[in-house]
Design a protein. Sequence first.
Length: 323
Amino acid sequence: MKNITPLVMLLISASAVSETYIVSPNTKHGLPTLTEEPNLYQAPSFDFFDFSEGYLAQRAEASALLPIALNSIDRVCISTTFSEIDREVRYPQSGVLVYTYATNTLGKKTHNTTIGDRIPLAEVSQHCLDESSWVYDNWLADKRIDFTPYSSTFALIENVDVVVEGDLSLSQDPVEFVEQYFDFITKVGFNQSASFYHTDAIRELKSIIMEGLQNGNQNVLDIVNIAFGTGAAREDIAVMDDKVFMNTFLNIRKIAQGSNIAKLSSFSVINDFDYQGQKYITVEKKERFGDRITTQYEIITLKSEGEYWMLNMSGDIKALLGM
């Protein structure tokens, strides 16, 4: 039997969870932080009947904003990374408290409530919230999860990820599709956005990289070393699933700019037109750079794929490859 390299094993594993999305939540006090278990009855006590907008988010230490294209949730896990753990305490625990609400048969809110989970504290503690579907329905309706991660002993929270297993429902309307895309890269990130790309665009990019590796193109070699890791084999890249390949390639943004998240305060479609069988959508973006907000314009090219209009290879990607 032919040996399988570690990279290939990783790619096979990753392709099996292609509908898993990792969302980095907004945290009130930034990271790292130290959070104790919330006391719902300590002043100001938790109000079970305050349905005003933002009340639950106000109680929570973290909020994960879900993409508008998310259509279903199969499972949600919250992964908390700790450091500086006090090892003197016996049986330390990691916990999460999620703020949500109950509704009646008409869909009207009846009262606020919480759900929680506690497990033995580890450097990486994962809480999977295998609750009844009504909780998932709330999260889908609100497109957000409000919660507080904490520890029972002194431990710094270094990072929090919300891992969502579910499906996207992409719009067949080109303008709405582009709005879904920009919302997605703002909340989830470029390196998980392969589902928005046309299959032909992904395979064209893969073909260019494969050819560049075969010909020893230095520009392509440099990009592959950055995106796929130093010494990534051409054979390993060849067997990658299309979406895994694209997401791995798009991770180059984080390496180059420090983040996969688009730092947009707002975006809007201002124009769209057809040309030579493709659609061109002009988007006005308000982008944050530190304390400054700049206005930029980007033209998105869409190509038909069945009943949908999907992203074609952008000019930025072509420029990156020296095309």
